[in-house]
Design a protein around this ligand. Structure first.
Ligand SMILES: [Zn+2]
Length: 145
C-alpha cells in the first residue's frame, strides 16, 4: 500500500450470535450455528490482530449469517436463511434497519470518507473458509477474492 492508500478492514461473519428477540427461531440449532454455516471461525481474532497491527479500525459483525447475511445486498435472496426467510415482510424490514444497515452504512461511510480525502481504498474483508465444502477439500491457506 502506498501512503495515499486507505485500508478499510471489515469482518462480516465474525460471530454466531442471535439477537434475543429472534432466539426462538433458532431453538435446537446450536450445532448448526457453531458450524461454518453459522459463522467464520477464526475470522474475528485474525481481523482484530490485523486491526491492532495495522492500526486501522475494524468494522465487524458478530451476529450469525443465518440471522441476516451481512455480506449480501437486500435484493439478494440469499440474504435470508431458512430460519428467517419466512418472516413477515415488516419483520424482515425491521431486521435490515436495526441489524444489517448499520454495518453497511459504516463501511460505505469509511470508503466515502477515504475517497473524499483523496485516498485510494483497499478493502480487506476477513473471512475464513471451511476446509471442506460439499465434498471438495480446500487446501489453500489464504484466498484473495
Ligand atoms: Zn465469511
Amino acid at each position: 500500500m502506498s501512503r495515499t492508500d486507505c485500508l478499510v478492514l471489515t469482518c462480516e461473519h465474525g460471530g454466531n450470535r442471535i439477537p434475543r428477540p429472534y432466539a426462538h427461531l433458532f431453538h435446537g440449532s446450536a450445532k448448526l450455528l457453531a458450524s461454518h454455516r453459522g459463522w467464520d471461525r477464526g475470522a474475528l481474532p485474525l481481523a482484530r490482530l490485523l486491526s491492532r497491527e495495522l492500526r486501522r479500525p475494524l468494522l465487524a459483525v458478530t451476529w450469525s449469517r443465518l440471522f441476516v447475511e451481512a455480506n449480501r445486498s437486500p435484493t439478494n435472496r440469499h440474504i435470508w436463511s431458512d430460519f428467517t426467510k419466512g418472516l413477515p415482510y415488516e419483520e424482515r424490514r425491521q431486521i435490515l434497519e436495526q441489524w444489517w444497515r448499520p454495518h453497511r452504512e459504516q463501511v460505505e461511510r469509511a470508503v466515502a470518507d477515504a475517497i473524499a480525502r483523496g485516498h485510494r481504498v483497499v478493502h480487506i474483508a476477513v473471512h475464513s473458509f471451511t476446509p471442506e465444502l460439499d465434498g471438495d477439500v480446500r487446501n489453500a491457506d489464504v484466498g484473495l477474492l
